[in-house]
Structures are given as structure tokens and as C-alpha cells.
Design a protein around this ligand. Structure first.
Ligand code: SF4
Length: 375
């Protein structure tokens, strides 16, 4: 089984924190669709088309800037090219694009799950993040979603904004939980150098959020969601039982996936494991150039370390047996001592799996780094 990720590189405006690849020239959407369809067709009769595809993810950028008929053309071409047996088809939407007709059309096209970027309901924070939607649009969109036929959807929230205090976050959680969402992705704001926020931090106009404050936000999100039966299953992802994201979980388990469109990444592991990415270059893509990077071949050790890193970010953790059998990776003596010490501090559990506890997951990156370097 494999997955397909499709990057739709258009946005109405640039959010101040965003490091994804997009352009704001939305007039090129139709040329993009035609080129994307050619890219899909090129996979016909390739080894990638031999494997059954069970998840598709439309991300971006802003997929909800497409017309349903354009989405239909993409899906038709995927159906002609690949063997589809779809378990999950996710489509990212922004609140300012959603109408009842749009949701109905997506449902009819076979979309099973929506991912909505809300980030906050507080007008000043939305402005700070330069989001294109208002608080009212976010609330109206959630209302529509909760009344729609979509049983599976996720809402993105951002916490740890320099201007955001714990009460702001609590109010956001109150509003969100009022809709009883099946899945929430909550991210701590990261400040990337090339973004508008990154530039402001560099100029000293704003200070990056303090670690203690971010840790308090992280705890509050966990507490409030957990109390509603929405449990963390990965550092930033929370769901009700059975509503976990399949496509993203497959990334963490090294399942094969193809990325289509500029800036998309692919990973394929058969005789050897390779990863490649499409350049962040819509112009070249539209001109029909091959914008794929040279595939990077990954060693078993690299794969094992990645699996350890990704697995420790999840509630299931990582199985020692899997590390040994699939990756030929055995924990060293030093690693075992480290694991025992963290277990004594109640930061992780160790049986057949190594799993971080709530206490450990807060410092997941530090534990992962220590573990990997001790091998
Ligand atoms: S809408 Fe999404 S992809 Fe577009 S700029 Fe904002 S965060 Fe980035």
C-alpha cells in the first residue's frame, strides 16, 4: 500500500509564520492543473503504479482555492494511472473558502476527511499571523463542518504566539471544543528565518516565545483535549479513538508515498530506500521542466534512526523488535542505560516498545537527540 500527496501551491496571502511553498498568483491554477495531470500520467506503467494506493492527501498551499471540477479531473487521472483502494482522502481547506455547496461537492468526489486551518479565533492573533480569514468565518465554517456529512475532520490550532497568553488559548479551546471535533492538530509556533515573523525577530521587533510559556500552553492543550476524550497520539496530533490520520501516520512508519507538484516530497522503499523532492519552483514546473531532485539513497542506519525519532513522537512509541527485524538496529549498552535512567524519571516506558510519557514528550526532541547520538 502507498500514499499520494498533492501540493497545491496557491494561497490568497502569506501568513506571517508560514514556510510552506506557495505563490499568491492564483491566476495560474488552471495551467497548474493541466501540468499536474501530465505529471500523474507520466507515472503510468511505472513501478509506482503497481502498488495499491490507499491514502491521498491534498495539501498546500490552499487546496480549497481549487474548483470542485478541477479536483475531479485530478482524481480521475489518479484513478486512470494508479490502483486506488482509498481508505482516506484528505483535503485541506481554509475557513474563508468553505460553503455548504463546496463541502457537498467534495463529499461527492470521495473526500473522506477535511483538514481546516483555523489557528486561532482571536481577531488580534489572526491579524498577527496574517491569516486571510476572520473569527466569524472560522466559527461559521466549524458550524458547517459539524453539521456536514464529514465524520472525520481535523482543526489546526497554533499556540505559543508571542502575543498570546494562557487565557487567549483557553478561550480558543473553549470555542473549538464547543464543536466536539474528532481530531485536532495543535502546533507550537515556530519561527522560520525566511518568513515575515522570522524577519521581525531578526530586527528585534518581536521576541520569540519563551520556552516556559510554550510548555504551559502545551500542557493546557493536552489537559483540555484529553478531558474531552481527544487523546494525543503524536506530539502535535490529538484524536478521538479511531479518528487518527492514516496518511500522516504512514509517513511515521516509513510507508511508501509519492509527492506530486512543486515542493512535494516522495519516499520509496523496495530493494533500496530513496527520498526525493520537487523543487520549490512553480514556473519551472509549468514550463514542463523536470524539477525533481536526484533521489537520495538512505542507509539502513539512517532509516532506523528516523524510525526511532518518528516513533518516539507517537503514543505507540517504537517497537524494539521492529527496529531489530526491519532495520537491523539494536540498542547499544549506552542507549539501554539512558533508557533506564529516563524510565526512573518517569519520562518513558520501556517494555516491548519504547514510549515517551506525558512528562517525556514535552522534551521529546532532547530525548530523541540523546538516544540517537548514544548509538
Ligand atoms: S494558508 Fe497555509 S500554506 Fe498558505 S500561507 Fe497560510 S499557512 Fe501557509
Amino acid at each position: 500500500m502507498s500514499g499520494i500527496y498533492i501540493h497545491i501551491p496557491f494561497c490568497k496571502q502569506a501568513c506571517s509564520y508560514c514556510d510552506f511553498y506557495f505563490v499568491t498568483r492564483t491566476s495560474e491554477r488552471e495551467s497548474f492543473i493541466r501540468r499536474l495531470i501530465r505529471e500523474i500520467t507520466n507515472y503510468r506503467d511505472s513501478k509506482y503504479a503497481d502498488e495499491t494506493v490507499d491514502t491521498i492527501y491534498f495539501g498546500g498551499g490552499t487546496p480549497s482555492l481549487l474548483e470542485p471540477v478541477q479536483v475531479e479531473r485530478i482524481l480521475d487521472e489518479l484513478d486512470r494511472t494508479f490502483k486506488l483502494d482509498i481508505r482516506e482522502l484528505t483535503f485541506e481547506v481554509n475557513p474563508d473558502d468553505v460553503t455548504p455547496e463546496f463541502l457537498r461537492a467534495l463529499k461527492e468526489l470521495g473526500v473522506t476527511r477535511l483538514s481546516m486551518g483555523v489557528q486561532s479565533f482571536q481577531p488580534d492573533l489572526l491579524e498577527f499571523m496574517h491569516r486571510a480569514h476572520s473569527r466569524e468565518e472560522a466559527l461559521r465554517c466549524l458550524e458547517l463542518l459539524s453539521q456536514s456529512e464529514f465524520e472525520s475532520y481535523t482543526v489546526d490550532l497554533i499556540y505559543g504566539n508571542p502575543e498570546q497568553d494562557l487565557q487567549d488559548l483557553d478561550k480558543d479551546l473553549d470555542l473549538l471544543l464547543g464543536f466536539d471535533p474528532p481530531h485536532v492538530s495543535a502546533y507550537s509556533l515556530t519561527i522560520e528565518p525566511g518568513t515575515r515573523l522570522g524577519k521581525q525577530v531578526k530586527l528585534g521587533r518581536i521576541a520569540p516565545p519563551e520556552d516556559d510559556k510554550v510548555a504551559d500552553h502545551f500542557d493546557l492543550v493536552n489537559e483540555r483535549l484529553q478531558a474531552k476524550g481527544i487523546r494525543r497520539y503524536e506530539v502535535s496530533n490529538y484524536s478521538k479513538p479511531g479518528r487518527e490520520a492514516v496518511h500522516n501516520s504512514n509517513y511515521w512508519e516509513h510507508e511508501n508515498y509519492l509527492g506530486l507538484g512543486p515542493a512535494a516530497h516522495s519516499f520509496w522503499w523496495d530493494q533500496k530506500a530513496v527520498r526525493w523532492e520537487e523543487e520549490r519552483n512553480l514556473c519551472g514546473y509549468l514550463r514542463g521542466e523536470d524539477i525533481s531532485s536526484k533521489p537520495e539513497e538512505l542507509t539502513t542506519k539512517q532509516l532506523a534512526e528516523e524510525r526511532l525519532m518518528m516513533g518516539l513522537r507517537t503514543r505507540r512509541g517504537v517497537s524494539v523488535k521492529e527496529l531489530k527485524e526491519r532495520y537491523h538496529y539494536q540498542l547499544s549498552e549506552k542507549q539501554m542505560v539512558y533508557v533506564k535512567e529516563r524510565e526512573n524519571e518517569q519520562k518513558l516506558h520501556f517494555d516491548e516498545h519504547i514510549r515517551l510519557t506525558d512528562k517525556g514528550i514535552k522534551i521529546a526532541d532532547a530525548i530523541i537527540l540523546d538516544l540517537v547520538t548514544l548509538h
